[in-house]
Design a protein around this ligand. Structure first.
Ligand code: BGC
Length: 357
C-alpha cells in the first residue's frame, strides 16, 4: 500500500512539476486505496439488507441510497479535494445496476449552527447515512444523539470526535488519519537535513509554528509532535512564534511575514500545520528575500499538488501526504457498511506519507 502510494506520488510530482511550483491547481489524482476499493465492491455485492428508508425501484429492481455529506466549509483547499473525490467515488465507482448512491454535499460555511440545521434537514428528508466533517468537533455528541433518535448512521471525517463521543452509539465511526504521525514526519524531515535544521550552527533549532484551528486535534498533534520528533532525537529547540492561522493561506502569509520582520535571520525553520498555510509562508519568505534550503526551512502537511511542485523545485523543504483519496474511499466504504447494518469499528485510519525532494 505504502509503496503504491509512493509510486503514485512520484507520478503526481512529475505532472505537477510540469505545471510549475505554485502553478494552476490540477484535478486530484486518484491515489486509490486498493484494499478499500475491493472491500467496497464486496459490500456492494452483499448489499442485500434492505433498509427502511432506501428506495427500491420495482421497475428496474435497483435501489437508491441517499448519502448526505456536510463539509465544515467549502473554502478549504484540502477538504475541496476530499469532497470532490468522495462524491466522485460514490457516483462513478460505487453506483452500479443494483444500487445508486444519490449524494448531496452541503457547505457548513464554518458555522456550527448552520451545519446542525443541515444535518437536521438530512434527517427530516430520511437520508440513509450522513457523513459529517464537523465545524466543531465538540458538537459530535449533539449530532450523534440526533442521528441516533432517527436511526441514521453517522460517519465523521477529518475532525476527530472524542473516544467518549464515538462510544455513544454503535452506528457511529470516525475516518481520518493519525495527526501525530504527520507531526512526527514533519520533524523527521527537518532532522534528516544535514544540519538537522540548525542552519546558523548555534546549537539549537529556532522555529516559527503556524497552527491550524486549535480546536482540531490535527492542529494540536501536528504542533506537538513536529517539535517532539526533534527533541526526542536530542535536538535543542527554541520557539520564536506560535500562532493560529486557521488552516488559511492568507493568515499563514501574515503570520510568517510578521515573524520575519520581528526575528529576521534568527528564524531557521517554519512549521505549518497544513500546506495552505505553507503556501502563504512561502510567499512571505520570498518577499523577505530569504531562500528556502539556503537560509530557512519550511514544511507543511497535505501534499497539495502546488506544494509537491514546490518541494520538487526546492521552494518548500517538505510536506506529508494527507491521503484525501484513501480517506474518501474509506469513508464511503464505511458509510455503506453502516447502511447495510454491518458492525463498525470506531476508528478507521489511513497512513500519512513523507514527501521530500
Ligand atoms: C488538513 C488541513 C485542513 C483541515 C480541515 C486537516 O487534516 O491537513 O489542510 O484545512 O484538515 O479540518
Amino acid at each position: 500500500m505504502k509503496k503504491f502510494l509512493v509510486l503514485l506520488l512520484s507520478l503526481v510530482m512529475l505532472t505537477t512539476l510540469l505545471a510549475g511550483c505554485g502553478g494552476k491547481k490540477e484535478k486530484p489524482t486518484d491515489s486509490g486505496n486498493t484494499t478499500t476499493d475491493d472491500t467496497a465492491k464486496d459490500n456492494d455485492a452483499k448489499d442485500d439488507t434492505k433498509d427502511d428508508t432506501t428506495k427500491d425501484d420495482p421497475a428496474t429492481g435497483s435501489k437508491t441510497v441517499k448519502v448526505g455529506i456536510t463539509i465544515y466549509k467549502f473554502d478549504d483547499n484540502f477538504m475541496t479535494l476530499y469532497r470532490e473525490e468522495l462524491e466522485r467515488y460514490f457516483k462513478e465507482e460505487l453506483s452500479n445496476d443494483e444500487v445508486t448512491y444519490e449524494v448531496t454535499v452541503v457547505d457548513g460555511k464554518n458555522d456550527q449552527a448552520e451545519q446542525t440545521n443541515q444535518i437536521q434537514t438530512f434527517i427530516a428528508d430520511k437520508y440513509d447515512v450522513i457523513i459529517a466533517n464537523l465545524v466543531q468537533s465538540s458538537s459530535a455528541s449533539t449530532v450523534i444523539n440526533m442521528c441516533k433518535d432517527a436511526n441514521i448512521p453517522v460517519i465523521f471525517i477529518n475532525r476527530e470526535p472524542t473516544a467518549e463521543d464515538l462510544d455513544l452509539w454503535d452506528k457511529v465511526a470516525y475516518v481520518g488519519a493519525d495527526a501525530r504521525q504527520s507531526g512526527t514526519m514533519q520533524g523527521e524531515i527537518i532532522y534528516d537535513l544535514k544540519d538537522h535544521g540548525d542552519l546558523n550552527g548555534d546549537g539549537k533549532v529556532s522555529y516559527v509554528m503556524v497552527i491550524g484551528d486549535p480546536e482540531n486535534v490535527d492542529a494540536q498533534y501536528r504542533t506537538e509532535f513536529s517539535v517532539k520528533a526533534l527533541t526526542d532525537k536530542g535536538i535543542e529547540v527554541e520557539e520564536l512564534v506560535a500562532q493560529r492561522g486557521d488552516w488559511d493561506q492568507a493568515k499563514g502569509q501574515e503570520i510568517v511575514a510578521a515573524a520575519l520582520t520581528q526575528y529576521g535571520d534568527a528564524i531557521e525553520v517554519v512549521f505549518c500545520n497544513n500546506d495552505a498555510m505553507a503556501l502563504g509562508a512561502r510567499q512571505a519568505i520570498e518577499s523577505a528575500g530569504r531562500k528556502v534550503g539556503e537560509d530557512i526551512y519550511l514544511v507543511g502537511v497535505d501534499a497539495l499538488d502546488e506544494v509537491v511542485a514546490c518541494v520538487q523545485s526546492g521552494e518548500i523543504t517538505g510536506t506529508v501526504l494527507n491521503d484525501h483519496n484513501g480517506q474518501a474511499h474509506t469513508a464511503a466504504v464505511v458509510a455503506i457498511k453502516a447502511v447495510n447494518g454491518e458492525a463498525l469499528d470506531k476508528n478507521y485510519t489511513v497512513d500519512y506519507v513523507k514527501v521530500t525532494k
